[in-house]
Design a protein around this ligand. Structure first.
Ligand code: FCB
Length: 591
């Protein structure tokens, strides 16, 4: 157990059991390592392969008490999740789970307008453009001065895109509409029919291929004209978004049964209006931007509900992204609270208002207190988060008009990090990707899904993006991506089957290598490689594409012992590509 460690006193802890030295009876709590060690003793070493592989997890994991910490200052269901999994060894949590998803599970792949379309000023899109056109044309904003002028030229390649979707055997394709292509000045004063026509062509081609569209209204490419009046800092955006949504619902709604209002408002607010590393590059205005984004989502959601749902019969939701977080030391109250705050300031910032009608208590309280402490006068304080924004539980949110958000304090050092009051670190054993922010941690995927179930009342969930990047030399034999999808989708299966998460669909990011925002084309997330040195921008399958297609055909991971399963050995139809390391060594072959 933890004990007195010479000159280091109690600050270095070697124990298999945690000892709380602040309490007079010095309680001992087993750490995960204690369970692991006792398993080794029980098995007199490491269990045989056979024994381990038969050790499929069941629904009834014996929850282990994480610790006897006093009640937390951050109310949330996080502790449920930690305690459900705390007795699992590293080995157990990596165990493969054989099984399949329910019938009707949707399988998709994702993209977004600015990242793939190109045709940046074609057919009436120019000269008004979007904030990403401007940002990418500003020196030093995007790696290697890359831009989305041509991107993957999807605007001119509807047939090619649908052909590769067919190879993947997806049931759904998630793409976004470029607001400035449809409404070049951001308002419905002028509807650009040529721009709208591109989406009609795409939707028709998808229908012919029997692939359901999932359409995102806003994936970060705001019309520049709207940024000129303040963009998401200006409350008028709520109205503008409502009008834009009205145009899309009325003009495309007969062909779309799955709408997503906003993609990842956390990124829009924090990177676009907080740190300024994404377009439009504004600093310190994340709370007001987030506030208007949430209201815009609510307006569009209610518009669809009221005016279109009965006629068109679709569903509408929002894409909210989040990391999972764990306390660095689960036996320390400070760390436990820090991890909970991290989650509340991430997923909670957007999900809490949508599910519960208001921001998380901890956000409101901290930001309010800090603004009082740091701003000398009443006018300079931020009350943004102190007011309720009553939304989803009311039939038509009357409270919305009264929402007051004068949130631009002059002196309050309102950095999001300070308000959150939590630093982060990562385990150095986690496998890296081509993006500094992204490590491979499949166990976290299962946990965040379970957290969503527990925290927000088991809502239906669709994963709208999940994927991994590489950078540097091109290698079509992308073993890391195959590994990534197998492990993550398997954890999703465990969440669905063992934890009872109401998971309805899974969508990989991304269909093909594309313009990865400030990283340009240096980070590649695609299941298909886009050869940018060939003017035709051919889409070439990476090896992970056929693995993903096989998981789709199998609807998961059927147990080979109960086989044979034909879906485990799929061959793409027609031509396949056999590749070794560099694309030049790829040869085409007929099956
Ligand atoms: C998501 C974005 C998507 C892409 C992936 C890597 O946050 O929605 O456009 O950048 O990350």
């Amino acid at each position: 157990m933890d004990s007195f460690e010479g000159p280091q006193g109690h600050s270095e802890r070697f124990g298999l059991h945690h000892v709380d030295f602040d309490l007079p009876d010095r309680p001992r709590t087993p750490k995960q390592s204690a369970y692991f060690y006792s398993k080794i003793i029980e098995n007199n070493g490491f269990a045989s392969r056979e024994k381990l592989f038969n050790a499929q997890e069941t629904k009834n994991i014996e929850p282990n008490k994480v610790s006897s910490l006093p009640p937390s200052t951050v109310p949330s269901q996080t502790k449920n999740v930690w305690s459900r999994f705390s007795s699992q060894t590293n080995f157990q949590r990596k165990l493969y789970h054989y099984g399949t998803f329910p019938d009707g599970f949707s399988w998709g792949v994702s993209s977004s307008a600015y990242q793939i379309e190109g045709a940046w000023n074609a057919d009436g899109k120019g000269p008004r453009l979007s904030i990403w056109d401007k940002f990418a044309h500003t020196p030093l904003r995007v790696d290697n001065s890359y831009n989305g002028d041509i991107a993957c030229d999807s605007y001119n390649k509807v047939d090619e895109d649908v052909a590769v979707l067919k190879k993947l055997k997806v049931t759904h394709y998630r793409f976004s509409v470029s607001w400035s292509r449809v409404l070049p000045d951001g308002t419905y004063n002028f509807i650009n029919e040529a721009g709208l026509d591109y989406y009609h062509r795409l939707l028709d081609a998808l229908k012919a291929a029997n692939i359901e569209p999932q359409v995102t209204l806003y994936h970060w490419d705001l019309p520049l004209a709207l940024q000129k009046i303040g963009g998401w800092e200006n409350e008028i955006m709520v109205r503008r978004f409502y009008e834009y949504a009205d145009v899309l619902f009325s003009r495309l709604g007969q062909k779309v049964k799955f709408w997503i209002t906003l993609n990842e408002p956390y990124i829009v607010a924090n990177l676009g209006y907080g740190y300024g590393t994404f377009a439009p590059g504004i600093i310190g205005k994340q709370y007001i931007a987030a506030h208007n984004l949430i209201k815009a989502h609510a307006e569009a959601w209610h518009l669809y509900n009221r005016k279109y749902r009965a006629k068109q019969g679709g569903i509408i939701s929002i894409t909210i992204n989040s990391d999972w977080a764990e306390p660095r030391n689960p036996y320390k109250q400070e760390d436990v609270d820090a991890a909970k705050r991290y989650l509340q300031f991430f997923i909670g910032w957007f999900a809490h208002p949508i599910f519960n009608g208001d921001y998380p208590e901890v956000m409101k309280k901290t930001i309010h207190e800090r603004s009082l402490a740091f701003s000398p006068s009443q006018e300079q304080r931020s009350y943004c988060l102190a007011y309720s924004i009553i939304m989803s539980n009311t039939p038509w949110f009357k409270g919305l008009d009264k929402t007051f958000c004068p949130c631009s304090p002059k002196t309050y050092p309102t950095t999001f990090f300070n308000d959150r009051g939590t630093g982060t670190t990562h385990d150095r054993t986690w496998i890296e990707s081509g993006s500094f922010w992204l490590k491979i941690t499949p166990f976290g995927f299962r946990k965040i899904l379970k957290f969503i179930k527990d925290e927000y009342g088991n809502p239906p969930v669709y994963v709208t993006e999940n994927g991994i990047s590489e950078r540097g030399a091109v290698d079509l034999n992308d073993i890391h991506r195959k590994h990534y999808y197998e492990k993550y989708i398997n954890q999703a299966l465990k969440a669905q089957v063992l934890d009872g998460v109401d998971l309805r669909g899974y969508t990989a990011w991304s269909l093909m290598d594309n313009f990865e925002w400030a990283a340009g084309y240096s980070e590649r997330f695609g299941l298909f490689f886009v050869n940018r040195s060939d003017p035709n921008l051919p889409r070439i399958p990476k090896n992970s594409a056929s693995r993903y297609a096989s998981i789709i055909s199998c609807n998961g991971f059927p147990d080979p012992a109960l086989g044979p399963h034909e879906c485990l050995n799929p061959e793409p139809e027609g031509k396949i590509m056999l590749c070794h390391v560099i694309p030049k060594l790829c040869v085409y072959g007929e099956i």
